[in-house]
Design a protein around this ligand. Structure first.
Ligand code: SF4
Length: 180
């Protein structure tokens, strides 16, 4: 008998601290259950270089902050059936967007990050992607299907949303704590 097709899952890390991915991993043994039904086709957790075609669900951590991320986000949207904003940076901009109020100038932001707050060998790198004028939540750039708030969202909440989506149900976030 032919094995049932696994859901093709991707995760992306844009301008975030990786805390949302840590929370994803924090699902502990529930990940084993997930793995029975899911094939992880793209993620910082696996060694795949290009975003694949025909992805069922993509979880995206972080706001969109530079041109490389913008391009990846648009590509992921084109190739994904269900796109989920994972965590407050993706949902609202959160800490990533603090730079928006401070300065819209790329040079000033880089000067602050790489020179003014650096003790050893301060210099602005030349081989980094060009910053967007402002860091943006995902839904301001592409259509987002579900929002999974929290900083980070709790592992239980991530597991609940994934379980519902895998069962082709709509997650009901009402009354659910984002902090577990
Ligand atoms: S939402 Fe919080 S945990 Fe997730 S990337 Fe942003 S700062 Fe980190």
């Amino acid at each position: 008998m032919e094995k049932p097709k696994k859901t093709r899952l991707a995760t992306i890390w844009l301008s975030g601290c990786s805390g949302c991915h840590m929370s994803f991993l924090d699902q502990d043994e529930q990940i084993i259950e997930l793995a029975k039904n899911v094939e992880l086709v793209y993620s910082p957790l696996v060694d795949t270089k290009t975003f694949p075609e025909d992805v069922d669900i993509t979880l995206i951590e972080g706001a969109v902050g530079n041109e490389e991320q913008l391009s990846l986000l648009r590509q992921a949207r084109e190739r994904t059936k269900i796109l989920v904003s994972l965590g407050d940076c993706a949902v609202t901009g959160n800490v990533t967007a603090l730079r928006n109020a401070w300065s819209p100038s790329e040079r000033t932001v880089l000067q602050r990050a790489y020179v003014e707050t650096t003790d050893v060998n301060p210099q602005i790198p030349t081989d980094i992607p060009k910053l967007l004028k402002q860091a943006r939540p995902l839904h301001e750039v592409v259509q987002v299907d579900y929002f999974l708030p929290g900083c980070p969202p709790s592992a239980d909440l991530i597991n609940y949303v994934l379980t519902e989506l895998l069962a082709s149900r709509t997650p009901n976030m009402e009354g659910r704590s984002k902090y577990g």
